[in-house]
Design a protein around this ligand. Structure first.
Ligand code: TYD
Ligand code: MG
Length: 446
């Protein structure tokens, strides 16, 4: 028989069969409590009804039409959604507090309302007057979106039952409070119960629900990712504070490609879409300078150019600094080690700073070669030709590995006026008119 795990830690969500004072998983004290049933199930019955009866795969109607979608009419948002909002889907929009989630969703709500959906925006953080004030600032005061300020889940579900909207926006899931769960709003059990009830309600009533989730200090939504697996689509809204660029990234999407991004700019009148992100990310680039390199990356399905900057300086410390913004620190250490041991370019006694301009965050290994070029350029105090883009993966041996979508990267570079590219040698040659290729099998060859 399966173990009855009816106790849960409200900090990390770990499940236990009995109560204890400290959670073994996250070491928190006094966070374990007994779960209350989420909804009333069949009681006193040993067997359920014969629902969920399996049917042969071959009998399934394979001509199921594409799910109906509504577009917002904002290309950056529709692309991230996989082509528009799917009817009866559940979404989670996560991000740091203050990054602009409420602004984004209020603007999206107005767009969907204009395109025929009945939309309710429920705020648990602000009063309706405050939301209205924000709407006025965004120029949306005439929008047919309906507003409510409420945190009691039971009341919200009753309202939704009566109003029957096509789309409900819950801002935020951490403020929701389900009265059948015995813990404070924002705790894992509350967030899980609220998200579960809302998602189930949405599926049953053909309504779409968007839940806002604040990211906690360790980078996950509401402690452990308790909500992510319940919903169809998980979007993250990210950006660096002090930069006006914001990126909406699909990290999970049952109805479209994951890893797709939409780029926005925070202005005095809310978020504006950025149609040509490459031009924007390169717009701050000055005269050719040592340590500055243009990387031709791919974000989702779209090529995107951005500037990678490195600074290398003699270190006053016995332990030289390695500081990275917008890229992986471990990956930087690896590139430094490869440059040192395979190419004879030592960085001992030198502080190394690496920055991806514009607040963009890159996760592609294809940036390796651009990072290596920026580091060497900074160290040698010699500028990389400003008409060149660089990309390619570097292996531990110093060998260069070709990356996906070479042609798309080169085409984007050509569109923005670049005339040459430094890339790994390809098995199958790709040529783009107007771009001079400089290729090698090995990092040491450059
Ligand atoms: P908000 O949407 O409240 O963030 P979140 O819901 O993620 O916590 O956005 C807050 C920030 O956005 C705030 O610092 C002010 C800024 N902002 C603008 O710059 N322009 C605007 O038009 C609006 C509405 C907000
Ligand atoms: Mg908010």
């Amino acid at each position: 028989m399966a173990k009855d795990l009816s106790f849960t830690c409200s900090e990390c969500g770990a499940a236990y069969s009995k109560w204890s004072g400290q959670c073994d998983a996250c070491q928190s004290w006094n966070t374990i409590s007994e779960n209350k049933a989420l909804a009333s199930g069949p009681k006193g019955k040993s067997l359920g009804a014969l629902r969920g009866k399996p049917i042969p795969l071959i009998d399934l109607d394979t001509h199921e039409p594409e799910p109906p979608r509504t577009q917002a009419g904002v290309a950056e948002l529709d692309r991230v959604l996989g082509g528009g909002l799917v009817k009866a889907s559940a979404l989670l929009v996560g991000g740091d507090p203050g990054i602009g989630k409420s602004t984004l969703l209020l603007q999206a709500a107005a767009r969907f309302a204009r395109n025929g959906l009945k939309v309710i925006y429920i705020s648990g953080e602000e009063s309706t007057a405050q939301v209205q004030m924000r709407a006025r600032r965004l120029g949306l005061e005439k929008s047919p979106v309906r507003l409510a300020a409420e945190t009691n889940l039971r009341d919200i579900l009753t309202t939704l039952e009566a109003e029957k909207p096509d789309l409900a926006i819950i801002d935020s899931i951490q403020t929701m409070w389900a009265d059948h769960v015995d813990s404070a709003p924002g705790s894992v059990s509350q967030v899980r119960a609220s998200a579960h009830e809302l998602t189930t309600f949405a599926k049953r009533n053909g309504m779409s629900v968007v839940m806002v989730g604040h990211v906690t200090k360790d980078g996950s939504i509401a402690g452990p990712r308790v909500v992510e697996h319940m919903v169809d689509t998980v979007l993250y809204f990210e950006g660096e504070r002090g930069h006006q660029f914001r990126i909406l990234r699909a990290v999970k999407n049952r109805f479209g490609p994951a890893d797709e991004i939409g780029v926005f700019e925070m202005t005095g009148k809310g978020l504006a879409e950025v149609k040509n992100p490459s031009a924007l990310f390169l717009s701050e680039r000055g005269a050719p300078a040592p340590g500055s390199v243009v990387f031709a990356g791919i974000e989702g399905t779209r090529p995107m150019l951005c500037e990678i900057q490195a600074l290398v300086a003699p270190s006053p410390h016995s332990q030289p600094r390695r500081s990275v913004v917008g890229w992986d620190g471990g990956r930087l250490a690896m590139i430094l080690a490869v440059l040192e041991s395979r190419c004879g370019v030592p960085f001992t006694g030198l502080d190394v700073y690496l920055n991806v301009a514009g607040g963009l965050r890159i996760s592609e290994p294809a940036a390796d070669l651009a990072v290596a070029a920026a580091l060497v350029s900074a160290r040698e105090d010699a500028a990389v030709p400003s008409d060149a883009v660089i990309f390619g993966e570097i292996s531990l041996s110093g060998a260069l590995r070709p990356v996906v979508q070479t042609e798309n990267r080169l085409k984007e570079a050509e569109k923005l006026g670049f005339t040459s590219a430094i890339t790994p040698q390809q098995a199958k040659q790709v040529a783009v008119k107007g771009i001079n290729l400089r290729q090698a099998h090995d990092l040491a060859a450059f």
